[in-house]
Ligand binder design. Structure first.
Ligand code: ADP
Ligand code: TYD
Length: 209
């Protein structure tokens, strides 16, 4: 974990990208890769990851709400996730894999929906003033590719039913953050085959081991 003041033994990896980019496909591969290297791996997700967080997830994915309510509930879920899952796992020396974290709030609530970055930074500073992931894998694809993949597979939730320009803005905010934090965020070209992406992921993970 990257903490300027406190050193903990675990590692924190987050998975990001617009819906349909391929995060869920690759989180299992990363977990198996690390387990094969002898690491204890905990896989989790946001919103969710705790019993309360999963209840908030149901609301967030299916209820219409004010933009600021949405942002606050995302961070409420995150606060619980940090206290009950992420921080204990990292203190034990485990490798914590989270399907989304705070970059998703910047991408969706700020980029997509337009909440100011200042408000988002204030929430980030409140909920995790120091902690940042050691590595963020940003799965990047053009919108049309992500949409085709989603349409092929499932019933769409509130976010997945958004229009193309919403996802364009989310993607742009993700890429802006990748440029802002190049030491943490690795952009993975998710238009490649699953096998080619796994070769790339293995290279990136080897550097962290
Ligand atoms: P996310 O979790 O980012 O929303 P998923 O991992 O669920 O996306 O992927 C969405 C769909 O796209 C799934 O059906 C998955 O099998 C497929 N998929 C993911 N990555 C690729 C890829 N590189 N090439 C082709 N299909 C992919
Ligand atoms: P995700 O678990 O990736 O959905 P799925 O399992 O269907 O692939 O994420 C759920 C949705 O929540 C996704 O559309 C992005 C959104 N989200 C935000 O808007 N802000 C956030 O801070 C987080 C963590 C997720």
């Amino acid at each position: 974990m990257t903490q300027s003041s406190i050193e903990v033994p675990g590692k924190f990896i987050t998975f990001e990208g617009i819906d349909g980019a391929g995060k869920s496909t690759h989180i299992g591969f990363v977990a198996e890769f690390l387990a094969a290297r002898g690491k204890t791996v905990v896989s989790s997700r946001e919103p969710g990851g705790t019993p309360l967080g999963e209840k908030l997830r149901e609301l967030l994915l299916h209820e219409k709400m004010h933009l600021e309510t949405e942002a606050l509930l995302m961070f409420a879920s995150r606060r619980e996730h940090l206290a009950r899952v992420i921080e204990p796992a990292l203190a034990r020396g485990d490798w914590l894999l989270s399907d989304r974290f705070t970059d998703a709030s910047f991408a969706y609530q700020s980029g997509g929906r337009g909440l100011s970055r200042e408000k988002m930074e204030a929430l980030e500073h409140w909920v995790h003033p120091v902690l940042q992931p050691d590595l963020t894998l940003l799965f990047d694809v053009p919108l049309e590719v992500a949409r085709q993949r989603l349409d092929a597979t499932r019933t769409l939730d509130k976010f997945e039913r958004e229009q193309a320009d919403f996802f364009e803005k989310c993607r742009n905010e993700y890429l802006r953050r990748a440029a802002q934090f190049p030491e943490r965020i690795v952009v993975v070209d998710s238009t490649q085959s699953i096998a080619a992406i796994q070769v790339r992921l293995a290279e990136v993970l080897e550097k962290l081991l």
